[in-house]
Every structure is written in structure tokens, then in C-alpha cells.
Design a protein. Structure first.
Ligand SMILES: *Cc1c(COP(=O)(O)O)cnc(C)c1O
Length: 356
């Protein structure tokens, strides 16, 4: 703390991301990255762009990328906003749509960035308790004073709320914005994007970081009514005209265009997820019903923090949250089959040694 800090800095409580390591021998199942590399077409597009035009500013409007994303979602580019990762899109959305002094709602167990944004932008919030089984009590989100934000599937629980439930939340907040953060939607049933043209108070936020293997490129996007997109563009243009660089623009565009590769890797991850759940069950874990590229699991005998620490000693990183209600759970990202085999080798040793 310094006397030179603004009150905004003083009230911040920054988000702490999962550990990032540079050791290739570590099995990294802690930050929900995609275990598969991006489409080869992404590399080709980035190489070509590098040789051509890095001395020039990128497009401030990102029209082409917005068009491609729009096309794939049955929308026009006026209904699509792109930003430097969906975290930036979410931060801009808090500024654009939530009002200091009006209480917003989000789930009590959820993406821990939301309270961070709420604090920095001085927006009061109510944390709505989940049901006992971690499902969403959707009626509790009706008639929010300031608006609603929630991830679907939820993080870190991996549980998906049905489109009907989401629609009810949107319908029952006609005067306020409902933001659905769909970081994991490509591993789940269906997106709320199909409701965007019906409800002008719905903003759907997605990212290329998970299902399109581009966490390192930083491209997220929002889809909603053109007037909502205009608000986000006004915020962006008041900070930085060029939030997405040239390599990110062409790389993300290529990733969207290679639909076959996207389908193949996404289906593979979902198949590995189902096997992972079965294997965890056999080892004595209870696993929440996942529609994401990670699972949330608790062991009937071993404490989660012990398992987390022992796995770490064995070179496997998973995510552990020391928070009430979820402190007996581990969040495990779905890796390749080979990574999961190595994970289970270690886990079996640890669990068997514990029960001796
Ligand atoms: C990963 C994640 C994000 C952030 O994604 P980026 O686009 O990489 O910034 C947003 N929301 C949730 C729920 C996430 O899990």
C-alpha cells in the first residue's frame, strides 16, 4: 500500500491464476488448457502474417474475425465483440452494463474473477448459494437489482444448467443484463447464443482459450444485441484501440475456420472425460456430472489437500481451492489419454498407499 495509490487500486483484490510451470515433465492438469495444439492452419496463418505486416497496426475494429465468429453463430458482425481474452471482455462488460450501487447476483461457488471485477468497479454483489448437489437454483437469479453473471457450465463445478433455465433467468430480468460466461460451452449440450436475437438483455461470452487451444493467444468474444456490442466497443475505444494484435486476429480466424479440427479435438476430450470419470469412480471418487473439459471430484476417504500435495510431489498439477464447501474437491483438467494414464498411475499409488 502506498499513499500514491488511487482508491480504485486500494480496493483491488486481484485474481490469482493457477500455477504456470515451464517444466515439460510436469503433467499440467490445473488450468483447463486444451492438451492438443491449435489447428495447423493457425500456425500457417500466423507465419504468413509475421512475414507481411507486423510493422503496421492491426485493425481496430477486427471486422473479419467478428464476421467469421458471427457466421458460425448465425449472427452479423454487429452482434459480435472481440477482446484480449474473455477476461477482458468480462471486465469491459462489468463497466458497460453494471452500475455502482446496484447489487448484481452471481453464484456463491463460481469463477473467482467476478468478485474481483465487482470490487474494482465498486459494484455490490450477492453470492447466491447453489443447491446441495451444486446445481443452479435458477429462480434465485430472477429480478436482480443490478444484473446477473454466471458461467455455464459453472466453474469449478463443471455442472451445466439447461437452456430452459438460462432462458428463464434472462426472461425474469427484462430490465437488466444477464451475462452468460460460456468458457466451456463447446464441451456441453447447447449454447445460449440461440437466444441472443430474442432477448436484448442477454450477453453470451465465449473464449478461444479452451476448446480452440489458444489460451496463449488471448482472444475472447461476446455475442449480443448490437446496442450491447456498441457499448463494449465504446469502452474498448476509451482504453486501447488495438486490444487484439495482428497474430491473434489471423490465428483466431484460422481456428474458427478449421471446423473439422475443432470438432475432432473437442470430441476426443469429451470421450477422455467420460473414461476419466469412470476411472475416478473406481478409485473411490465421487465426480460431479461434467459438461466441461475438467472434472470436479472428491474422494470418500482421502482429503483433497493431501491428494493435491502428493500429486504435486509426483509431478502432477491439479487445482485445489481452499474454500468452504469445495475444500474436499479437486479440479482436474482433461488431458490427452497418455497424460491421463500417467495421472492415474500416480493417483492409484497415492490412494492405495493411503488405505494401507
Ligand atoms: C478460462 C475462463 C475464462 C477466461 O478465459 P480467457 O479467454 O482465457 O480470458 C473466463 N471464464 C471462465 C469461467 C473460465 O473458466
Amino acid at each position: 500500500m502506498s499513499k500514491f495509490w488511487s482508491s480504485m487500486v486500494k480496493r483491488t483484490d486481484p485474481y490469482v491464476p493457477g500455477e504456470q510451470v515451464n517444466d515439460a515433465t510436469i503433467i499440467k492438469l490445473n488450468t483447463n488448457e486444451n492438451p492438443y495444439p491449435p489447428s495447423p492452419k493457425v500456425f500457417a496463418a500466423i507465419h504468413e502474417e509475421m512475414e507481411r505486416s507486423l510493422q503496421l497496426y492491426p485493425s481496430p475494429t477486427a471486422d473479419h474475425l467478428r464476421e467469421v465468429i458471427g457466421q458460425q453463430n448465425g449472427l452479423s458482425k454487429e452482434e459480435v465483440f472481440v477482446g484480449n481474452g474473455s477476461d477482458e471482455v468480462l471486465a469491459f462488460s462489468f463497466m458497460a452494463f453494471f452500475e455502482p450501487g446496484q447489487t448484481i447476483k452471481f453464484p456463491a461457488i463460481t469463477y473467482s474473477f467476478y468478485p474481483v471485477y465487482a470490487k474494482i468497479f465498486d459494484i455490490p454483489y450477492e453470492e447466491v448459494s447453489l443447491n446441495k448437489d451444486f446445481t443452479l437454483p435458477h429462480e434465485q437469479f430472477f429480478q436482480s437489482e443490478g444484473g446477473v453473471i454466471l458461467p455455464n457450465p459453472n466453474a469449478p463445478t463443471s455442472i451445466y444448467a439447461t437452456l430452459d433455465q438460462i432462458e428463464l433467468i434472462v426472461k425474469n430480468n427484462p430490465e437488466k443484463i444477464v451475462i452468460i460466461d460460456e468458457a466451456y460451452i463447446d464441451f456441453a449440450q447447447e449454447s445460449a447464443v440461440k437466444l441472443v436475437r430474442t432477448y436484448d438483455n442477454l450477453l453470451v461470452v465465449q473464449t478461444t482459450s479452451k476448446s480452440r487451444s489458444l489460451a496463449g493467444l488471448r482472444v475472447g468474444f461476446a455475442m449480443g444485441h448490437p446496442s450491447l456490442i456498441e457499448a463494449l466497443i465504446r469502452i474498448k475505444d476509451s482504453f486501447n484501440s488495438y486490444t487484439i494484435d495482428r497474430l491473434a486476429l489471423v490465428g483466431a480466424t484460422a481456428a474458427f475456420e478449421d471446423v473439422a479440427y475443432f470438432r475432432q479435438t473437442t470430441e476426443k476430450i469429451c470421450a477422455t472425460r467420460e473414461q476419466t470419470i469412470e476411472r475416478l469412480n473406481r478409485l473411490g471418487f465421487t465426480v460431479l456430472p461434467s459438461q466441461a473439459n475438467f472434472v470436479f471430484a472428491t474422494h470418500r476417504a482421502e482429503s483433497a489437500v493431501h491428494l493435491y500435495e502428493r500429486l504435486k510431489q509426483e509431478g502432477v498439477l491439479v487445482r485445489y481451492f481452499n474454500k468452504p464447501e469445495i475444500d474436499q474437491y479437486l479440479r482436474i483438467t482433461i488431458g490427452t489419454d497418455e497424460q491421463m494414464n500417467r495421472f492415474f498411475e500416480k493417483l492409484e499409488q497415492i490412494v492405495n498407499a493411503c488405505s494401507l
